[in-house]
Design a protein around this ligand. Sequence first.
Ligand SMILES: NC(=O)c1ccc[n+]([C@@H]2O[C@H](COP(=O)([O-])OP(=O)(O)OC[C@H]3O[C@@H](n4cnc5c(N)ncnc54)[C@H](O)[C@@H]3O)[C@@H](O)[C@H]2O)c1
Length: 278
Amino acid sequence: MAAVPRYSGKVVVVTGGARGIGAGIVRAFVFSLSLLAVDSGAQVVFCDKDEAGGRALEQELSGTVFVRCDVTQEGDLQTLISETLSRFGHLDCVVNNAGYHPPAQWPEETSAQDFRQLLELNLLGTYTLTKLALPHLRKCRGNIINISSLVGTIGQSQAVTYVATKGAVTAMTKALALDESRYGVRVNCISPGNIWTPLWEELAASTSDPSATILEGTLAQPLGRMGQPAEVGAAAVFLASEATFCTGLELLVTGGAELGYGRKSTRSSLLETPSLPP
Ligand SMILES: NC(=O)c1ccc[n+]([C@@H]2O[C@H](COP(=O)([O-])OP(=O)(O)OC[C@H]3O[C@@H](n4cnc5c(N)ncnc54)[C@H](O)[C@@H]3O)[C@@H](O)[C@H]2O)c1
């Protein structure tokens, strides 16, 4: 029995779709069927600042449209929206995925200039595309999915600026969900934990012991592994197509990394022996 594509005929825009989680989301919408990977689900327009990577994926996934676009440039985002509308006539879903996590840095190693640049990418890129897309999403009661991060809620060591940008993405998702509810536009975010992507690999390579970093990242999950871009893609398709009563949701795709107590202090001995009050 042939399954019905879950998001068939819908038009989806994905940012940062050339590799990693973004590519996993592009694939998931194109093949929004788990069994029949030959059938087509949504019409996907994806952008990236990496032209070569984007063109390669566009060739691999026939029917997708790649638009070279830097999400920190409003003019590029305007082109992304107008290209989508001229090809498909409407817009049902925007996935704001493009983002960056700098290598580990203590607070004193950060700078206001670097923080501003990261905000431009991780927060304002999302905000600007959202503003440009909303008039079109309202017409068909579409939805927005922001790719935030678990650490935006629970924090992360040596990542003050990144955590701040992602905390803001999660907060903005909730505020926008309230305002857009009157137009029937749902706004949700996915907060991934450790997902094995080129970015994760590059960050590990920048540490003094990449293998140890990867082992630590892997064992942070009770499930004992990192997640895959396809698993974030599946969550995005669910939010877009089936989660019709969800708005303002932060969907954790983390393998349970946030659960339970773990060793958080760097001390090797007790500061003081615990004692009960008299
Ligand atoms: N990998 C993880 O463990 C993880 C965890 C939580 C959140 N995230 C978030 O998921 C998103 C994707 O991360 P990833 O690990 O797949 O990263 P990645 O670096 O592997 O892929 C990101 C893609 O975004 C593109 N991109 C970067 N800046 C851009 C810009 N200015 N304009 C257009 N495209 C741009 C890159 O070229 C790349 O193709 C990011 O927002 C990241 O913060 C990742």
